[in-house]
Structures are given as C-alpha cells and as structure tokens.
Write a protein that binds this ligand. Structure first.
Ligand SMILES: [Zn+2]
Length: 379
C-alpha cells in the first residue's frame, strides 16, 4: 500500500548508511542511470543530487526506473520464490523481452501464478512490468540530455522498427530527404498521474499517453505507420507549451489546451476526436450523446472504439465520456486516472480561469480546424 515518505534528511541518512530498518519504506532512483535500488544496496552510492525517492517499487517502475541487479528491489520482502527466480533473471538480462502466457508455459511456469505474485507484491501486472521495462529502456533516459544516445543504442527496442537505425537517420538528416522521412520527436513528461510519453512533429503534438498504458506500443506503431515517420528522443518546439499547459491543467488553472494537434486517422475517427474537443471542462457526455452529435445514432460502439483510439490523452478529453448510466466505463490509462481527472475537473470547474489565452496559440489552433475557444457547444 502507498505510504508517505519520511523527510528528506532521514531518507538520505538511511540511504547512505544502508539502514536495513528502512527496507520497504523507500526506494531510491538514480537519475543518471535510470536504475532503482533498496536502501541497503551495496553498489557504489551515487551523488546525492542524482537521487530521488519513492515509497514503493511500483512508483519507481512507473517513473521509468528499472530494478538494480545488485540489490534486486523487486524482492525486498524476501527472496523471490525458486520457481520465479529464473524468469526474473531472464527478464533482467534480456533487454526488451516479450513473454506471453504461452512463453511462460513453455518454461514450465504457470502464468496465473506469475500474475498473482506481481499483483500481490507490486500492484502491477507482469505484462505491465515488461512493458514498462521496454518503454523505459527506449525512452527512459530522455530527460537526461546526452544520455539519450546511450538509451537509444542500448535499448534493444525493436518494435519501433530499429530505434538505433532511426537515430542514425536523424543525425545524418539532410534537407532533401526530409520530405520523405518525417520524424516524431518523443519526450517524457511527468504528471501527478505518472509519466507520459509525448510525441510531436513540426506541425504539432501527435501523442500524449501514459507510459504504462496497455495499448501504448500498438499506438506507437500505428502512429509510425500513419505518419511514415521514425521516432527520435529529443526536444521539439511544441513540448514546452505542452508541458506548461499540463502543469497549469493539473494545478486547476487551465481549462482548455491551446496547442496545434496532429490528428491522423480515418475521417470518422477524426470526427469523433473533434467532437471530444467540444466537451467543456468539468462536464461529461455519454457515448450515445456523442453518437447523436455526430449524426450517427447507431454507431455508439464505433464511437466508443474511436474514443479509445485517441492518442492525445487529456488534451483531447476522451476521459469526459462516460456510460449512459453515469458509470466510468473504460479508459486506456486506467479507470483510477479517469476518476482522478473527472474529480479534479469537477473540483476546479467554477474557479476563475488562471491563465490568459495566448493569441499566438489561438491562431495556431484555428489553423488546425479545431473549435475555437469558448464555442464548445452541444451541436
Ligand atoms: Zn541496487
């Protein structure tokens, strides 16, 4: 269960003294290596300014850290059971590994047993764990500048069609090739709901998704195909605005995003996403209402599907669509996040707008054919 952390002084002292009474109380992430440890880790201690603290292994994983091979922080409650040991070792030593239930059975391991252990010990599924490791290996070190190159080269991340290859392409980028080969720059943005992966082209934001989301890899490969693009970690002129507006949103001061968005998909999907942008902050609609708005009253299921295919979470507020009976129904990022977002918006709905509209951003938004601010009507 989640608990509060002791004060920072206590944490540093316990960490540097390898105080075993703090086992399970906190975990340390080392920003420069992307690895997290138990307090008692015998590996060389990092510089204090590179350390951050987490109350659970789960938090560290969700923040993009992978477990240390020396102190094995996933097993702080005791050694992993014998039957699980070889599996954890295999995952440790094979970057970017994918293991389905079938693969586990082939290794003589009962998938449901693995699932139960991860759930019970870490509150995360085994598949979510593997996914987090894969995404982390490819993108986890993005915020540490030069380390990006190392991250790309040692990620072993093949599902995006050769991350290393695309990085070479990016560095040997020549103007006359640029029309044939688009780049999607990706970065990680930390939010109160966990880290998100953001992607942008020169035109605007094309991706904003929680790192641990179940469908994230599918979304990435779809995007790559739709935009005929490769991914490169780095910075993009749109990220600064996105990050600032997200901060304002999460502090309750921003009710509308003003960002150029890249919406690619079927015309039906695009209609559904644009309809989502008309749902005002703090309000909800049902799938039925959305279908009516689109003059496709029979297409409720298709509307729900296109809703789930939204790749720009929060900014395109698919979380504002709920079931006919008011139930939360599904959310790609997990129902707990949807609940948080709706409660957050309800709590700040009547606050005065804390940010003034930026005229430049407004113009960009107008050019993208999105509904202008303040006209989010109900059709
Ligand atoms: Zn360690």
């Amino acid at each position: 269960m989640q608990h509060a952390l002791p004060d920072t002084g206590t944490l540093y002292k316990a960490f540097f003294e390898k105080d075993s009474s703090f086992e399970g109380i906190f975990f340390t992430g080392v920003k420069t290596t992307g690895i997290f440890c138990r307090p008692t880790c015998t590996a060389r201690k990092p510089k204090w300014e590179h350390v951050e603290f987490f109350p659970s292994a789960r938090e560290a994983l969700l923040n993009g850290y992978r477990p240390c091979r020396v102190c094995r922080p996933l097993e702080y409650k005791g050694e992993a059971p014998d039957w699980l040991r070889p599996l954890l070792d295999e995952v440790d030593s094979s970057a970017g590994i994918r293991l389905k239930d079938r693969d586990l059975k082939e290794r003589g391991i009962d998938p449901s047993r693995v699932r139960r252990w991860f759930k019970k010990e870490h509150g995360i599924t085994f598949q979510a764990y593997l996914r987090t490791l894969r995404i982390t290996r490819a993108y986890g070190k993005i915020r540490y500048g030069d380390k990006v190159i190392d991250a790309a080269f040692d990620s072993g991340y093949d599902s995006l069609g050769g991350f290393t290859e695309s990085f070479k392409k990016a560095t040997g980028f020549s103007p006359n090739k640029s029309t044939r080969h688009q780049l999607i720059t990706v970065t990680r943005i930390l939010t109160p709901l966990g880290p998100m992966l953001a992607g942008a082209t020169d035109e605007g934001i094309c991706l904003l998704e929680f790192v641990d989301r179940r469908m994230i890899e599918t979304q990435l490969s779809r995007l790559k195909r739709l935009l005929h693009a490769d991914f490169v970690p780095g910075s993009n002129m749109h990220f600064e605005a996105l990050q600032r507006q997200l901060e304002e949103y999460f502090s309750g001061r921003r009710k509308e995003f003003r960002l150029p968005l890249v919406l690619r998909g079927s015309s039906f999907q695009q209609d559904v996403w644009k309809a989502l942008l008309t749902i005002p902050y703090g309000e909800t609609r049902s799938y039925q209402e959305q279908a009516l708005l689109l003059k496709r009253p029979d297409a409720i299921r298709a509307v729900a599907k296109a809703n789930g295919d939204n790749r720009i979470s929060i900014v395109i507020p698919c979380h504002r669509v709920i079931g006919k009976d008011g139930g939360l129904v599904g959310y790609g990022g997990g129902l707990w996040r949807k609940k948080y977002l709706l409660e957050h918006e309800a709590a700040h709905k009547d606050d005065p707008d804390g940010v003034s509209g930026d005229i430049h951003e407004r113009e960009i938004q107008g050019n993208m054919g999105l509904p202008p601010a303040g006209q989010g009507g109900h059709g």
